[in-house]
Design a binder for this molecule. Structure first.
Ligand code: BES
Ligand code: ZN
Length: 840
């Protein structure tokens, strides 16, 4: 390919060098106008005392900036403008640089740097957005104290916000000062017309913190849950981690146009409005729990990310993996721990394991990147959190907290590495994590087999654990042994640290059925010798909900992929007993839910989307043949008129009820589905019914669509669901999607809406996977290449697994990838994904 001359180049972790200059203070002034924004900056640089070079030059990052003036201590410096920044020469050891530059937020569709959403101004600076605002050392290891002046039309933009404390205010002009030193990726500015929900939180040491949530006026009555979540986040971090908030004010702003979920800017979080706005009429149970989790996540970053930040972006999991672990624990402590674990593991296996098996696979700490935005991945986040979870398993809660305490004592205010974190854990506990570091340096999901031999005379079980891949990992193996009658004999944790290892478990009083990897104690693929019959016993006797669900999932997998090999009668008998005797309705719902098509695609050598869907549907039919009346009775027993609550019981009831409803819809009980659609008192029930009505041809569908639209057309969050329900419905074709894209509420430049229509359609396997589907999709990628390459790169990853499809689809996807590769002016974001996908 001719690309090489202009191909974007990778950046390597091994090339890290501290900056020759650091920054004391940064004073920014924004003059926000209709057709341009003028940014003035005054940056106080000084030579890095830890950097021994005599280099008196400095390169400042800057992209799409128009330089208006540049002065150092009254004089024009020796400088050169380059493609991606500004090169300064002949500098003193300390100097103040004064710059003025022009930017155009009003036409910025990349949603990085300063841009507009619904007419309001906001920023997104992580990872490299600050360089789209002004020339700067745009790297996380350069920390500075920021003062920000904002000038704007007071009628259009009555609310003017930045990090820290408001120190001066007059109509149309304000000054904010953030006393904590921070890297520029945590900078934020907001200007607009917002309503605000105000509250306060008194910290454990008695300081009062003002809490403010800013939203568009019409959304103000959907902010209560977010505020309560924020207070729960403050309280939880105090009680579980002994961490207190540091500033006097904590602000959250919700915007409709946002590439990601939310951003932890110091004292001024900016959120995708999806993760702020929630009430029972418009948000599902899952939405509520997500809002709370994201609010928690961004809040928890204040310590794990902001006060202790990353030395370089290769260390991203230092803050993200750790903070995901913390938000998972937050949700687990507040809701149903076992269900949360099942959901997290299911997501890990469905998405992260796929990433780890594809062309973009990388270690939790990557060695190189072309475009950093492509490395906010499931591996860095979710596998990163699993790695922290294993550290927690080895040390226990008390040991883990001792490690956290030492980490903050050593590094508060610093930019550090993953090694620094692990060293704190090691030193605080006198525990050697050296053999553990492969989890950070190797990519791919470890494969493990376990076999065992019972010695009746010795009453012992000899266990052989084999790590089948090239690397040796160090991990905790949780287990329990049950008798054939299902009585627990013993349980414990083994530490695996060799490629092949033998353990002898004693006191095993009868021939056991072993339940390995309880609670999914390590992120691996495990092959055991368990027979279906033994798995069925475990479904009946395990106390660990994850293991119950996992054994059921494995049986479903076998039933779908190798139907001849499973005696379904045995399983169905056990299942019936399980349904009738289990009080945890969420767990019953999970056990009754088949593995997704997406997960099934990973289990086969060649992906045949048609065959997989058929095989999965055949099992749905088997379930209905056996359980239709039980599902109906269960459904009816769960109908109630209770007021909406988010307790585990209420959530579990709705979850099981709607799982039953889905099966019943597949058996033709559409009147019942339609009744639920019309009578639902919460979005959880209504959207479940709506999705079921769209899943097959029926006489209720057209009216349901119209009613749903008329009821919710003014609600952005519900309209995203409305679009997603249609794009993912089995009957929806490319033509239908093209028609949806001409809908008056469709908006190409709003990522949430684009994801709900186009992202949804890529998961609609039968209708997406053919030539017309691919051509339509590639056209969208090429449009995004210009308007929002970050979103384009995320979407184009759909083609990553092209090699594994049936020959015809494989060839068609390859053609599309080549078509993208031949496009001129390909963004580094999309280039990186596509070239990896095509790499032989
Ligand atoms: N720091 C990230 C947001 C971010 C991601 C900014 C990528 C720039 C590029 C934030 O803390 C985050 O991780 N948000 C998640 C949600 C979270 C609950 C996992 C997100 O936005 O998806
Ligand atoms: Zn985060």
């Amino acid at each position: 390919m001719v690309i090489s001359a202009i191909a974007p180049q990778p950046i390597y972790r091994k090339d890290y060098q501290p900056s020759a200059y650091l920054i004391h203070t940064t004073e920014l002034s924004f003059d926000l106008r209709e057709n341009e924004t003028i940014v003035s900056s005054k940056i106080h640089f000084y030579k890095n005392p830890k950097c021994l070079t005599n280099d008196n030059t400095l390169f400042l990052n800057g992209i799409d900036l128009e330089l208006i003036s540049i002065v150092i201590e009254g004089d024009q410096p020796n400088y050169e403008l380059q493609d991606e920044g500004l090169q300064l020469y002949q500098l003193n050891d300390e100097f103040v640089l004064e710059l003025v530059n022009r930017i155009h937020p009003e036409v910025n569709t990349s949603l990085n740097g300063l841009y507009q959403s619904s007419g309001n101004f906001c920023t997104q600076c992580e990872a490299h957005g600050f360089r789209q605002i002004t020339y700067y050392l745009d790297r996380p290891d350069v920390l500075s104290v920021f003062t920000t002046h904002i000038i704007a039309d007071k009628d259009k933009y009555p609310v003017l916000l930045s990090n820290g404390n408001l120190t001066k205010t007059s109509a149309g002009k304000v000054t904010w000062h953030d006393p904590t030193s921070k890297p520029c990726y945590l900078f934020a500015l907001v200007a607009g017309d917002f309503a605000v929900l105000e509250d306060s939180y008194t910290t454990i040491s008695g300081r009062e913190v003002a809490l403010k949530i800013y939203v568009e006026h019409h959304n103000i009555n959907k902010t209560g849950f977010a505020m309560d979540s924020l207070k729960r986040s403050f309280a939880w971090d105090e009680s579980r981690f002994n961490l207190e908030y540091d500033l006097d004010i904590y602000m959250i702003v919700a915007v409709d146009d946002f590439n990601m979920g939310a951003m932890e800017n110091k004292g001024l979080n900016i959120f995708n409005s999806t993760f702020v706005l929630a009430d029972p009429k418009t948000a599902t149970d899952k939405d509520f729990i997500n809002v709370e989790a994201v609010i928690g996540h961004e809040y928890f970053h204040n310590w794990t990310g902001n006060r202790v930040t990353c030395q370089d972006w290769f260390q991203l999991s230092l803050k993200e993996g750790l903070t995901v672990f913390r938000d998972q624990e937050f949700t687990s402590d507040l809701h149903a721990r076992s269900i949360k674990r099942i959901e997290d593991v299911n997501a890990l296996r469905t998405f992260q394991f796929a990433e780890d098996a594809g062309p973009m696979k990388h270690p939790v700490r990557p060695e190189s990147y072309i475009e950093m935005n492509n490395f906010y991945t499931l591996t860095v986040y979710e596998k990163g959190a699993e790695v922290i979870r294993m550290i927690h398993s080895f040390l226990g809660e008390a040991g883990f907290q001792k490690g956290m305490k030492l980490y903050f004592e050593r590094h508060d205010g610093d930019a550090v590495t993953i090694d620094d974190f692990v060293a704190s854990m090691s030193d605080a506990n006198d525990f050697d994590f050296k053999p553990f570091m492969t989890w950070y340096s190797c990519s791919g999901t470890p494969s493990v087999s376990i076999s065992s031999n019972y010695n009746e005379k010795e009453q012992s079980l000899q266990v052989v654990v084999k790590q089948l891949g090239e690397h040796c990992y160090f991990w905790p193996l949780n287990y329990a042994l049950f008798s054939e009658q299902g009585k627990k004999i013993k349980q414990g944790m083994l530490t695996v640290d060799q490629k092949q290892q033998e353990f002898v478990l004693t006191g095993v009083t009868s021939k056991p059925i072993a339940s390995w990897l309880r609670e999914f104690s390590a992120p691996i693929k495990l092959v055991t010798e368990l027979t279906v019959v033994q798995k069925i016993v475990l479904v009946g006797c395990e106390e660990d909900a994850f293991s119950i669900w996992d054994n059921a999932q494995q049986i479903w997998l076998s039933m779908i992929l190798t139907p001849d090999k499973v005696n379904e009668m045995n399983f169905f008998n056990a299942l019936e007993k399980f349904i009738n005797t289990t009080t945890d309705k969420s767990l019953v719902s999970k056990v009754l839910t088949l593995p997704s098509e997406r997960l099934l695609h990973q289990q086969v050598k060649v992906i045949d989307v048609f065959k997989i869907q058929q095989q999965r549907e055949a099992v749905i039919q088997k379930i209905l043949n056996r359980f239709e009346s039980l599902l109906l009775a269960t459904y009816q027993s769960l109908i109630n008129t209770d007021v909406y609550e988010l307790t585990p019981e209420a959530v579990g009831n709705r979850s099981l009820k709607n799982t039953c409803l889905y099966y019943l819809s597949q058996a033709g009980h559409l009147q019942l589905v339609n009744e639920q659609f019309n009578q639902a008192n919460c979005m959880t029930d209504q959207i479940a019914a709506f999705n079921a009505l769209l899943s097959c041809k029926n006489s209720y569908q057209a009216q349901a669509k119209e009613v749903f639209y008329q009821t919710y057309k003014d609600d952005v969050q519900v309209m995203d669901k409305f679009f997603a329900a249609q794009s993912t419905a089995k009957l929806t074709t490319v033509e239908d999607i093209e028609r949806l894209m001409t809908h008056e509420l469709f908006s190409f430049n709003t990522p949430n809406r684009l994801r709900s229509v186009v992202g949804g359609f890529t998961q609609n396997y039968i209708n997406f996977h053919h030539q017309a589907g691919y051509e339509f999709f590639t056209d969208i990628i090429l449009k995004l290449n210009k308007s929002n390459p970050q979103i384009g790169a995320r979407l184009v990853s759909v083609y990553n697994h092209w090699r594994r499809f049936t020959p015809e689809l494989k060839a068609l996807q390859k053609q599309q990838l080549e078509r993208i590769m031949q496009t001129k002016d390909l963004s580094s974001d999309i280039f990186e994904i596509v070239q990896a996908a095509l790499k032989p």
